[in-house]
Design a protein around this ligand. Sequence first.
Ligand code: 0O2
Length: 189
Amino acid sequence: MHPYRSAIEVVTTKLHNIDDELKCENGYSPIHNIQSRIKTPQSIIDKLKRKKLPITLEGLNQLNDIAGLRVVCHYINDIQYISQLFIMNEDIQLIKKENYIDYPKESGYRSLHLVVKVPIYLKTGVTYVPVEIQLRTISMDSWASLEHVLSYKSEQPIDIEIRERLKKCARKMAEVDLEMQKISQELKK
Ligand code: 0O2
């Protein structure tokens, strides 16, 4: 797992550098917090089964989110801004970008997902390790964290009425995000 740990360190450092630079230039730091995790063996096996992939090294190499980071930003606009600055790093290879903010998932889930490959220098040479980065606002993160336990990872089937209520919460939180962003822009003026 150590190449995945190294990949997380590389990405975390790059994101902190962007945040620090912006703080020095504008006195404003768009990143609220960064969380990272390596998928547990059980969760890797569950995902391989769900995706009907073999439980082998070959299957493992097809998963892009063994190393994962969550970047929680203050406002919606910060998300695109941070992601653009991050992708501009020449040594980063962008593999996939999924915009679940403009196009939320059926559940109501909102976030911007990037799958990137970062170079890790090993004894034997350089290897590119995939990392999934989920960028979201504080509201999107609160919703996703609660819904993750209540519904997304629930072993019981969740009935439609509850799913609709969760979706409604996601829409309300998206409205709050827009209003908070507007307030912040008006105060800056
Ligand atoms: P966990 O436990 O959070 O790690 P991919 O991962 O890209 O190969 P997939 O399934 O198409 O395959 O990825 P997707 O849906 O773009 O993103 C998967 C991750 O996004 C999930 O990881 C969750 O972290 C998050 N996610 C996606 N949909 C939802 C949702 O409806 N609710 C919540 N709370 N989170 C969601 P894992 O590995 O499925 O789970």
